[in-house]
Write a new protein. Structure first.
Length: 102
């Protein structure tokens, strides 16, 4: 996602199985545009909530969650860049220095 100020917000979605019948890119992009363009970043939860309401009702529940998680991370990335703050600072500060992953 891009802002008028030139910030780039990145969100990510894990692998999406074909059984979830993902939305075509244009439809998803249109939903995001309707609910985000012209909105103030400080109200990112409202953007997320409005987008959730705009997603088709018959969308696979797991796909709905993945889509909204990706949007939320992208919005938080933008908010962090706007205020020069890390994601951990936005969410209440760092609680560990490293996390083991497989």
């Amino acid at each position: 996602m891009f802002t008028d100020e030139g910030y780039l917000g990145l969100g990510e979605v894990s692998d999406i199985a074909n059984r979830m019948k993902p939305l075509i890119t244009k439809k998803l992009s249109d939903i995001f545009k309707i609910n985000a363009v012209g909105s103030e970043l400080d109200y990112w939860p409202l953007i997320s909530n409005n987008t959730e309401e705009a997603l088709p009702r018959n969308i696979h529940p797991e796909l709905r969650g993945l889509t909204l998680f990706g949007l939320e991370i992208g919005l938080l990335d933008l908010v962090g860049k706007k205020y020069s703050a890390s994601l951990s600072e936005l969410l209440g500060d760092q609680c560990r220095n490293l996390i083991e992953v497989c």
